[in-house]
Ligand binder design. Structure first.
Ligand code: GAP
Length: 457
């Protein structure tokens, strides 16, 4: 069977599927849309929630060296002076004197505006942080920034967390939250946007062990993506050259993914050294040190920072799982999403709208919904309904037919292989739990049988 190679997935197709099926919509579409801002629809919000929960389970819940934090988006403006963002978080841009569009040097070919061939100004630095003002009287309002990374919320709380938890080195603080950047060249759907969500870890280590921990986290993070089904051949590591390191970084690896537009950054893992704690200590006058009982000394830990984007991860998971398979009806479009990430785990499908099937089907749906995100669909042929579920990545479909009324058994159909088994209703929940947890589909529960009944078309 010819399968479309990942990396070759067409971005237009992905955008259209996401809109049609309710994953992602253009922001403020009824007003003509707001460029590079996106809204997550009923399925997108589930996917995003599942990504964030999987990350939190992996880096906080299942580790004894990590804790969580949820800092505010608005922070004291001095934070961004100390962090170097006021000074250094800027792109050099030339403005067109005719159409006023701004361009990065590498977008300009012949010294003229790429849009209208107008004359350009000399490049000037434009800071990427969004400003806002806080206060009721405009003249007295304080000017603040919307955070361009969540990391600083962790650094300024370093001492609070240390005192509250009494954690010993090495330990980390994790945070998920929105960040904002006035990107000059946003684009590629949800890949680069002006408002996005980050999943960041600041992992504090003894100086001298930082290289080892950088390698550890790089490996750990790669494994997180492959553990959730991303194909290893679509991921690669790239070390930053000296000219591309961020102002705070000593060393940095990007985990790159083969997106539709080519290899691009999915996550960065940086060695920030003691840059941030030093800067905030000197800027605030507060001690941000750690008392090392082993040496009896106060030290400033080094920081390893795995920093991932929720939206970029969502795009990678969607693209990587997308497949078009030729079938009798033309094309089966499937999202082979890992069960952990799939927005809908199970769909309940009565074979027809015949009234005698409804009470049982509705009852099963009501029960399953207590445990999983589930859908009920009774419109059109069973084959069509399987296809609709495949296209949104629903892992399992439960079909209720006339025989179910007699033998109290239903069929379960698996998305990836399209195989079916028939199981007693009393074993249904346990069986779904086992299959969603990774049990091979052909392992049958007590009273279960293989089933060839409903073909897909
Ligand atoms: N604290 C480190 C930091 O901010 P970064 O490489 O600028 O590092 C980390 O950002 C991750 O955040 C990126 O790998 C990407 O996944 C995501 N990200 C950054 N800018 C983004 C944008 N404009 N739109 C969507 N995601 C973005």
């Amino acid at each position: 069977m010819a399968k479309q190679a990942p990396g070759k997935v067409d971005m237009e197709k992905m955008v259209s599927l996401c809109k049609r099926r309710g994953f992602i919509f253009q922001s403020s579409e009824i007003y003509g849309g707001l460029a590079s801002c996106w809204d997550y629809g009923p399925l997108g919000v589930e996917l995003k929630r599942n990504i964030k929960e999987a990350w939190w389970r992996a880096v906080v819940q299942r580790r004894d060296d990590m804790v969580g934090l949820d800092a505010s988006i608005l922070m004291h403006p001095q934070t961004w002076v100390a962090s170097g963002h006021v000074e250094g978080f800027a792109d050099p841009l030339s403005e067109c004197k005719a159409c006023h569009l701004r361009w990065r040097p590498d977008d300009i070919k012949d010294g003229k505006c790429p849009a209208c061939s107008g004359e350009l100004t000399e490049p000037r630095l434009f800071n990427l942080m969004f400003k806002t003002s806080v206060g009721v009287v405009e003249e007295e309002a304080a000017e603040l920034y919307l955070r361009p990374e969540t990391a600083q919320g962790i650094f300024v709380n370093f001492d609070n967390v240390l005192t509250a938890t009494r954690n010993r080195l090495p330990f980390g603080i994790a945070q998920i939250g929105k960040a904002f950047r006035n990107e000059m060249t946003p684009g590629n759907f949800i890949f680069r946007t002006r408002e996005f969500e980050m999943m960041e870890i600041e992992y504090f280590v003894r100086p001298g062990t930082d290289e080892e921990w950088l390698q550890y986290w790089t490996e750990e993070r790669l494994n997180w993506y492959t553990g959730l089904g991303v194909k290893r051949e679509n991921l690669r590591l790239r070390q930053h050259g000296p000219d591309e390191l961020a102002h705070y970084a000593r060393k940095c690896y990007d985990i790159e993914y083969l997106f539709p537009m080519g290899w691009s950054e999915l996550e960065g893992i940086a060695n920030r050294g003691d840059f941030d704690l030093m800067q905030h200590a000197s800027s605030s006058g507060k001690k941000l040190t750690y008392f090392d009982e082993e040496s009896g000394e106060h030290l400033i830990p080094y920081v390893i920072e795995p920093s991932a984007g929720v939206d970029r991860s969502a795009l990678a998971f969607l693209v990587d799982s997308y497949e078009e398979e030729p079938d009798k009806e033309g094309l089966r479009v499937v999202l082979h999403l890992n069960p952990t990430l799939a927005p809908i785990k199970v769909a309940v499908l009565p074979l027809s709208r015949n009234e005698s099937l409804l009470p049982l089907a509705k009852d099963i749906y009501a029960q399953l919904r207590q445990r999983w995100m589930a859908q009920y669909d009774d419109a059109q042929s069973i084959g069509r309904r399987y296809r609709r579920q495949d296209e949104i990545g629903t892992v399992l479909c439960v079909t209720i037919d006339f025989q179910s009324l007699e033998d109290q058994a239903v069929t379960i159909r698996e998305r990836d292989s399209m195989r079916q088994i028939r199981v007693p209703i009393e074993e249904l929940k346990r069986t779904l739990e086992a299959k969603l947890g990774g049990e091979p589909f052909d392992v049958l529960p007590p009273g279960g049988t293989k089933w060839l009944g409903f073909t897909d078309s």
